[in-house]
Design a protein around this ligand. Structure first.
Ligand code: INI
Length: 157
């Protein structure tokens, strides 16, 4: 049997960027705090974490592309919250944010992680921003740590 590659939750002292969107910031501040909490609890030094705020979810992929392109970061974590209103707007925004992050992630040399809450109701958003269904920002940060280490393991050969 060959090697089994698996990431642990160790950023190895590398730098990480978190991008949050201000739209629905009642929730996105919780997602950003959740992501920071996860990184701190896993030993990432605060000085190694850079954060940025963009106006809305639609702006997240472009900011993620910009951060990933600098070559300074081991991962980019994206947190945002898109909530359904009375019009189809929600579907257009959530679809573009999801497609955009996926495209940036596939083009980037580093993990770009999707910590976006898409909710049909305020209750669903509350549940995913630090209550019944956990905190999607924390989960995204944990994914970023695992992927950083997996990339490092793969690069080692
Ligand atoms: N942006 C969000 O992050 N969440 C939303 O729920 C949302 N809704 O529903 O409109 C939203 N819209 C703004 C959008 O992301 C852009 O910032 C805006 O269109 C300017 O490009």
């Amino acid at each position: 049997m060959g090697r089994k590659y698996e990431g642990s939750f160790d950023a190895g002292g590398k730098r990480i960027a978190i991008i949050g969107s201000r739209f629905n910031d009642f929730f996105t501040r919780e997602l950003m705090d959740g992501a920071l909490d996860c990184l701190h609890r896993h030993g990432v030094d605060d000085k190694q974490i850079d954060t940025a705020w963009v106006p809305g979810g639609f702006e997240i992929p472009m900011a993620a592309k910009r951060f990933a392109g600098t070559g300074r970061y081991a991962a980019v974590i994206c947190v945002g919250c898109i909530i359904q209103g009375d019009t189809p707007h929600f579907h257009y925004v959530s679809s573009e944010v999801t497609k955009g992050i996926a495209q940036v992630a596939l083009d980037a040399e580093i993990p770009v992680v999707y910590g976006i809450v898409t909710a049909e109701t305020l209750d669903q958003a509350i549940e995913r921003s630090g209550t019944k269904a956990g905190n999607k920002g924390f989960d995204a940060a944990l994914t970023a740590l695992e992927m950083i280490d997996l990339w490092a393991e793969i690069d080692k050969g």
